[in-house]
Design a protein around this ligand. Structure first.
Ligand code: SF4
Length: 219
């Protein structure tokens, strides 16, 4: 019987992570790798003071980690927009709070091996807060979001993350129906892709830490 040997796979992912982290650091970010989401959680809790006002971006990764419940329980004030039954006004207020939070925590839609962050947003508060406003930004991303370059990052967002998001919000976009992007035939009001950001280097006034996690998380 064939005995699987995972050495080559481990080696491959180690190389990819090593290159990505080296380039993120070269591009001015603080960046490191942890193997599990629990380790990532511990690192985040160590970085966020209990008195800090925290904004949490629309991210399945962070919800899968149970981060919001833990932050809230230990006393952090958390601006979170995925609470059920939020009125439109309160939800908008939460989104504005992201921009003035002490710490903003988010995932990213893709992270390139040459050290850039690629995101597509509909409202824009998430990508705006990643760039300017919060004193500290923490980005948590599974290694399954690593791509070769910006083109591949946009491709990933449109054909992997967006279809699942469109489905989650029951949007009748081409990607929400077929699982594939058809950008030319995707219009408002359902279109969820309205803003693309490529953060090529750490923004001047934003202390940004990127945590790569060796477990599959998020879309
Ligand atoms: S442009 Fe439209 S079809 Fe393409 S990923 Fe975005 S929402 Fe989906």
């Amino acid at each position: 019987m064939y005995k699987p040997n995972y050495e080559a796979r481990v080696w491959y992912y180690e190389k990819i992570v090593e290159t990505t982290i080296k380039n993120l650091i070269k591009n001015g970010f603080d960046a490191f790798y942890v193997s599990t989401k629990d380790e990532a959680l511990k690192k985040i809790l160590d970085m966020v003071p209990i008195e800090a006002k925290v904004g949490v971006g629309g991210s399945l990764t962070l919800r899968e980690m149970g981060l919001i419940e833990i932050l809230t329980k230990r006393g952090n004030s958390v601006a979170e927009t995925w609470q059920p039954n939020l009125s439109k006004e309160v939800e908008l207020e939460m989104r504005r709070k992201h921009l003035t939070s002490d710490v903003f925590i988010s995932s990213t839609n893709a992270i390139t091996m040459d050290g850039k962050l690629v995101n597509i947003d509909g409202t824009g508060n998430r990508v705006a807060a990643m760039i300017f406003g919060p004193k500290k930004v923490i980005i948590v991303a599974s290694v399954n979001k690593i791509v070769k370059d910006v083109d591949e990052g946009i491709e990933r967002v449109r054909n992997v993350a967006a279809p699942m998001n469109a489905k989650r919000y029951n949007k009748k976009t081409p990607c929400g129906i077929t699982g594939l992007c058809d950008e030319k035939n995707c219009e408002l009001p359902d279109r969820i892709c309205k803003i693309i950001t490529i953060i090529e280097r750490r923004p001047t006034n934003t202390d940004t830490t990127i945590i790569l996690v060796g477990e599959a998380l998020g879309y």
